[in-house]
Ligand binder design. Structure first.
Ligand SMILES: Cc1cc2nc3c(=O)[nH]c(=O)nc-3n(C[C@H](O)[C@H](O)[C@H](O)COP(=O)(O)OP(=O)(O)OC[C@H]3O[C@@H](n4cnc5c(N)ncnc54)[C@H](O)[C@@H]3O)c2cc1C
Length: 414
């Protein structure tokens, strides 16, 4: 069986290592440029508590990623998955429970087919009364016109499904059943149509730091060689030395472009500020609220518990003052079940997020894949660089990895 080299020790790289082992690989090297595994899902610790920069969850029992991690000793605990959103309306912000996307007043649920791949094309499927506030929200959130982004940026922007208010729920449910485009573009709060698949979700017992510590132990137990502080370069991963190996590039693909002669797409310059507060919250925990009003600076509030302490993370489109942010947070939570007392800011960070791809980026990633395939065939596993959600990312890596293991030359070698 051939050697497998995995670039990136985030969730995708770790899962790829477990999957490669499941497929029979016994020589597996995992390269991580930092001194720890976990990537973006590993929060920084402050006084032993996790400063989470977003609300990353796992599915309920049976979720494929969770199951693979459980096979290797990880433990998860279920919780009631509670969330809501605040949307704009002529009479001021409106709250909605059990729906993480925007709820917007709609005169009609008529849709037109998309005429291109951009987010603007996706938004123009909706009637103007829905498209206009969504475009305003995108500009406020990412700082650019929806025409500059690929349609799949709708997922990290949480506008992949819109709840059109003021229409018949029965008619909307029927439209979703019969029209695939309506099913993709519209959502209904789960309590209004007995949708139950996301009622429960799970988090790792002891938090993400404990999960990644457990993953490290499990990887070492099955013989994976973990190389930390080890930046993998395209030069080495595409060299004669590694030409007989399976390479899984589960990290940013940016350095690969130049190496294979494809123009590097411009990286987005947008940075986001995140503030974590000590908090007291008489309401459900964990709980998050998305803000689609395009007002203030906070686009998501997430209340969670770490080591017995309740914390509140506010993700913001820009840096802001503590007094403005405190006001925004209270406004966002007003009307939801719970009462908030905010303490001090215990952590803050400002960082870019590589999530909002342009149409050009998506096109170039396609060219990059083609160039890598021409050089290395199925033995260079690229995975889902375009995807945002961990489930989708891993499903693509898993499919590509299965293909790599079925290659005739590998079958002979094993
Ligand atoms: C704020 C936020 C909220 C999210 N919420 C959700 C959610 O609710 N649900 C969901 O499904 N997904 C969510 N996601 C996405 C999910 O967290 C990610 O899809 C997943 O954790 C990404 O894992 P990854 O391994 O692909 O990438 P990363 O976590 O980015 O890992 C890549 C790793 O590769 C390393 N690396 C980079 N270059 C090199 C190199 N050349 N050599 C060696 N190492 C290298 C990096 O240091 C890093 O550790 C969220 C993401 C963010 C940022």
């Amino acid at each position: 069986m051939k050697r497998v080299r995995i670039v990136g020790g985030g969730l995708t790289g770790i899962l790829a290592a477990f999957q490669a082992h499941r497929l029979g690989a016994r020589q597996i090297d995992l390269y991580e440029r930092l001194d720890r595994l976990g990537g973006v899902a590993l929060p920084e610790l402050h006084d032993g508590k996790e400063m989470r920069e977003g609300c990353i969850y796992f599915g309920p029992k049976g979720d494929p990623i969770r199951s693979l991690l459980e096979t290797h000793g990880a433990r998860f605990e279920e919780f009631d998955n509670r969330f809501g959103s605040v949307g704009p309306s002529p009479s001021g912000p409106v709250n909605i429970d059990d729906f993480g996307g925007p709820a917007l007043a709609a005169g009609t649920t008529d849709l037109t087919q998309p005429s291109g791949d951009s987010l603007a094309d996706r938004l123009s499927c909706y009637s103007a009364s829905l498209a206009a506030p969504l475009a305003r929200y995108v500009k406020w959130h990412v700082g650019c016109d929806p025409a500059e982004l690929h349609a799949n940026a709708a997922v990290p922007l949480a506008i992949n499904r819109i709840f059109p208010t003021g229409v018949s729920i029965d008619a909307l449910a029927e439209q979703k059943k019969t029209d695939p485009l309506a099913n993709e573009l519209f959502g209904i709060p789960r309590s209004l149509w007995n949708y139950s698949s996301n009622v429960q979700a799970s988090l790792p017992v002891g938090g993400f730091a404990a999960l990644f510590q457990q993953c490290r132990t499990a990887l070492e137990t099955i013989g994976v060689r973990i190389h930390e502080r080890s930046l993998a370069t395209p030069k080495r991963m595409l060299s004669a030395e590694t030409s007989g190996d399976i390479i899984i590039w589960a990290a940013s693909p940016m350095p690969l472009f130049k190496a294979v002669g494809v123009d590097t797409p411009a990286a987005p310059a947008k940075k986001f500020a995140t503030y974590t507060f000590a908090a007291e919250w008489a309401g459900p925990v964990p709980f998050y609220v998305q803000n689609f009003t395009a007002e203030g600076s906070c686009f998501r509030v997430y209340i969670y518990e770490s080591q017995g302490t309740v914390l509140l993370t506010a993700e913001c489109v820009a840096e802001t003052s503590q007094s403005d942010l405190t006001r925004d947070i209270h406004q966002m939570l007003e009307g939801f079940e719970g009462k908030l007392a905010l303490g001090d800011v215990v952590f803050r960070t400002i960082k870019p997020r590589w999530l909002y791809h342009s149409v050009d980026t998506i096109d170039r990633l396609g060219e990059l894949r083609t160039a890598l395939k021409a050089r290395r065939g199925d033995s260079f596993v690229t995975g889902a660089w375009e995807a945002y959600a961990k489930g989708e990312k891993f499903a693509e890596v898993e499919a590509d990895l299965n293909k790599a293991f079925q290659m005739p030359e590998l079958a002979k070698a094993s």
